[in-house]
Design a protein around this ligand. Sequence first.
Ligand SMILES: O=C(O)CNC(=O)[C@H](CS)NC(=O)CCC(=O)C(=O)O
Length: 293
Amino acid sequence: MTTAPAPFKAALVQLRSGLMPADNLVEATRLIREAAAQGAQYIQTPEVTNVMQENRKALFELLASEADDASLAAYRALAAELKVHLHIGSLALKASPERAANRSFLIGPDGDILASYDKIHMFDIDLENGESYRESANYQPGETAVLADLPWGTLGLTICYDLRFPSLFRALAEAGASFIAAPAAFTRRTGEAHWHTLLRARAIENGCYIFAAAQGGLHQNKRETFGHSLIVDPWGTIIAEGGTDLGVIMAEIDPARVEAVRKSIPSLQHGRRFSIRDTRRQPGHLHAVRGSA
Ligand SMILES: O=C(O)CNC(=O)[C@H](CS)NC(=O)CCC(=O)C(=O)O
């Protein structure tokens, strides 16, 4: 029987990112300091902590590359000053003249970048109410899932729409993640319908903690996000939850809970036991997937 590391305090910072990176840095820094003052050792911010712009032109005019980004440099200095693990849920960065990256950073207590992750699944969707998003028009997707060491166990990295892809979370859990980060800027509509359920399901089916810092409220670019930053424990219980406003939520995280829940319900061990026998007359017929007209 292995002994799990000691418990630690995790905090999620809820934001409402505006048009200008300098303003967003001020707000996020204030709340990160507040979280550290309350004893948080791991602090996470939401997707696009640095900027939410109105259109592609405005966005690309102010994007910097990872090497030149003032927000990233400031967050590295802040992590070192506060001696915390600071996880910036993502920054929009220039990856090429034509493309941005939606990239998250785990920064260690000495200010080093311990891991970074480019969002894999692009939010290219059309809601039934007419809302439409084409993330891939501006961003280039990542192709690599990422795990990182925390002093308390392994953290898996995801971002926002990745939450809808259980196989990514499964792969991270199977590779050793005890905690999975899902910083987000969920839309208000999809958040109301799906956010809590998806996060709780990912925690339950993988027996892991989920940390999901959220954007919330009506942004300067007129987008409305759902808020409700959540920490879910490996049993699926919500142990901290934000509202719609900016703020900090915190919970004590016990790595021993991960072991205990996985021992009690070893579904991670019980998986991958089947092949598919396809008895349909026309195997793979598209109507089976799309529903017939
Ligand atoms: O583009 C920006 O400014 C910031 N990025 C986002 O807001 C991203 C891509 S548009 N949002 C999501 O992935 C929402 C997913 C979601 O809401 C769902 O899966 O239901």
